[in-house]
Every structure is written in C-alpha cells, then in structure tokens.
Design a protein around this ligand. Structure first.
Ligand SMILES: Nc1nc2c(c(=O)[nH]1)N[C@H]1C(S)=C(S)[C@@H](COP(=O)(O)O)O[C@H]1N2
Ligand SMILES: [Mo]
Length: 374
C-alpha cells in the first residue's frame, strides 16, 4: 500500500507520519518510528473524525461541564482542574479501534490502518473519578457521554463529529484521565488540547479531544460512534464479507493483545555474513498485561522468547528485545507474537472479521535480507 508522506494543516511538527486521510485528518506512524519507549509528539498518530475546532488562545480559560445523573452539575475551567484535584501522570497506550484494519480480507470499511494507529505517551491530568465524585454520581449513573468542540466533517456545529462513552466503572478507574499535558508539554491542539480524555486500553475513540462536556447517563450513550456498526463487534463470529447489519453486536471494551516490531524496519538489508539479528518492539494488551512475547524467523516452526522491560504503570506498553542467530545469508521474515495474561495470543492470520474492521491484531511481519538480494 502506498501512503503519501507530506505536510498538511494540522500535521505541522509531525515527522514521518503516513497520511491516510486529508479531511478529516488521519495519519499513522510507520512501525519503525515507534521505536522509542515514550512516543515523541512528533511521531504520535492523528485521528480526526471531523474538522478542527476554533484555535484556542487561553488554555487555562477552557471550560467543560459535567451534568446528567449527578447531584451537583459542574462547570470547571482548566485552571480549576489544575488547582482543585490531585495531578496524575501515567505513560499509557492510545490505540485506534481500527488499528490493523487493512489486514482484513476481504477489506473492511474505514481508514486502512496498518499497525501505526497507536502511540504510548506520558499523559498528565486528573482522574475523571475525582471530578465525578465531586459532582456526586446518582444511583442512576450508568454510562458517560463525551462531547468535544470539533464540528463534523461537513463543518456543522450542530452535529458532533463523534460522541462516545463508557460504563461508569471504566470512567471511575484511576487511569481514566482528564488530560492537559503530553510528554511534559501542554497538550498539543491536534491531540485535543487544551483538554481531552484518555481512556486507556479501550478504543481510542473514547478519548474525546477538545473536551467540552461529560453527560452522565442512565443508559448506554447513543451519540455518533455508539450505534449501528460503530465500535461494535458481532456477538457471534461472522463469515468474512458478511453484511453484519442485522446481527447482534455489542460495544468494544478492552482492545486485544498486539505487538509490533520497531527494529529492524521492514525491507532492511544486512551485509553478507551477518550472523545475529537484534530485534526490538513493543507489546500491549488493552486492559490486560502482556505475559510474553515470542519471535520466529521460520514461519512459526520455532519461537524464541524475548526479554521484556516491565511497564512503568498499568496501560503502559511493554518494550521487548531479543537477539536471534542467523544460520546463513538469505531472506528472513520476522513475526512477533504477544500473549496476554489470560493466555490469548495474536493470530498469524486476521481473525474475527467484522464489517467495520475493528480489533485486528494479526502478527506484524517484517522481512529482511542478509547479503545480496535473493
Ligand atoms: N473530539 C474528538 N475526539 C476524538 C476524535 C475526534 O474525531 N474528535 N477521534 C477519536 C479517535 S477515533 C481516536 S483513535 C483518538 C486519536 O487521538 P489522537 O489524534 O490524539 O492520536 O481520538 C479520539 N478523540
Ligand atoms: Mo480511532
């Protein structure tokens, strides 16, 4: 697949991203640029469902509201958030629900992500739970609904570009943050600054950018992105290519286990006689932990377990590395397979086909040549 790599409005300061869409702006990160422990802002993917909101001059003056099934509806500025609640910083993976979509056969609807709709940044803000506790949840509080300031892709301000939400238990996790800082800097506008949600482990679409309102609801939220086939998976496995509109489905919660090879880059060439290959990557598993990562050079005939660097905190990714002996010159395909703490591993072939192409966690393939081209 050919991706254009160029500068676009909204992509200033970005380095080497592949553009998947212009309006709305969507750009992913080639796997080999995800080789840092903390993904630099310059390399962090961008996913917009609508147009950009108005530029913001006074970040601390940004306000948002909490209303619905609460005892005391709140209207808070970013300055209030910073001064009234304990600050938290966690390094956490943000991954688009459609990451990996292009590997489904037949093709699924939507942006053709390869493996680069993901990044792992240090997010600074406050726990949404602390703010919801101040608002006082009623017993009827079951779900959140998230609203941002961005107009939809036709520029309409009456229609939300996207408005998703989570069951209250997920909203009350300590790691679900209202975020104003990314990698120690003010949250960049393109990533939702001045204020966004980060709901780790679940589809990135829950992490509302340019956050203006949290509507606490007494039922599953039904904004754009919650109904029909959006961010839902069929309850029973579908035959690839099925219509899928009339089958029972439910919202995606935790994202599946996945690993990427971040070095070497696909297509790398090594001098003849090279007899060992240093391989590195990252792995993550939604709400779960990564139990192990294994690497094969022979299509799965033999596997070698990689060494893992422990994650800093829950929802951080796990960096891994391994050095493999090369028996001779020639062509090698590297596959990395992560397994989560419940024993689920990545498949060799995209499984769980669904019409909108969510949650594809097929193993990443990287081909390298040692010596002259064969
Ligand atoms: N307001 C708003 N928030 C949004 C979106 C959007 O279109 N509008 N896109 C969502 C999706 S689908 C993803 S994957 C993440 C991407 O965040 P990023 O652009 O900072 O990488 O933001 C989410 N939050
Ligand atoms: Mo997304």
């Amino acid at each position: 697949m050919e991706h254009k790599r160029e500068e676009r409005e909204g992509l200033e300061g970005k380095d080497g991203l592949s553009l998947l869409g212009d309006v709305p702006l969507v750009a992913e990160t080639p796997e080999e640029l995800l080789d840092d422990e903390t993904t630099p802002i310059a390399r962090f993917f961008v996913r917009n469902n609508g147009l950009l909101p108005e530029p913001v001059m006074d970040a601390d003056g940004w306000t948002f509201t909490v209303d619905g099934e609460v005892e005391h509806p709140l209207s808070l500025s970013l300055a209030d958030l910073k001064s009234r609640f304990p600050h938290k910083t966690f390094r956490m993976v943000l991954e688009c629900g459609g990451n990996g979509r292009s590997f489904f056969e037949p093709k699924a609807e939507g942006n053709p992500w390869t493996n680069g709709g993901v990044g792992c940044a240090e997010w600074t803000g406050v726990s949404l739970a602390d703010v919801l506790r101040e608002a006082g949840l009623k017993e009827s509080a079951l779900f959140t609904g998230h609203f941002g300031a961005d107009p939809d892709k036709h520029g309409s301000r009456e229609h939300q570009a996207m408005s998703r939400g989570v069951p209250i238990a997920k909203a009350l996790e300590e790691h679900t943050l209202l975020v104003w800082g990314m990698n120690g800097e003010p949250l960049p506008f393109i990533h939702g600054g001045p204020l966004r949600l980060v709901v780790p482990g679940w589809p990135g679409s829950l992490s509302q950018k340019w956050l203006k309102r949290i509507w606490v609801r007494d039922r599953e939220h039904d904004g754009p992105g919650m109904t029909g086939l959006s961010y839902r998976l069929p309850v029973r496995p579908l035959a690839p290519g099925s219509d899928g509109r009339d089958v029972e489905n439910r919202i995606i919660e935790s994202m599946p286990v996945r690993s990427i090879v971040t070095a070497p880059a696909d297509g790398s060439r090594y001098p003849a006689g090279t007899r060992s290959l240093a391989i590195r990557g990252a792995a993550w598993a939604g709400d779960d932990a990564v139990a192990r990562v294994e690497v094969t050079l022979d299509g799965g005939a033999t596997w070698t377990e990689a060494a893992m660097t422990p994650p800093r905190n829950r929802y951080d990714w796990t960096r891994w590395q391994v050095s493999l002996a090369l028996p001779e010159d020639g062509f090698y395909e590297i596959f990395a397979r992560a397994t989560d703490s419940t024993g689920r591993a990545q498949p060799f072939r995209a499984a769980n086909w669904n019409p909108n192409g969510y949650g594809c966690n097929v193993m990443h393939r990287v081909a390298v040549t040692v010596g002259p081209e064969v």
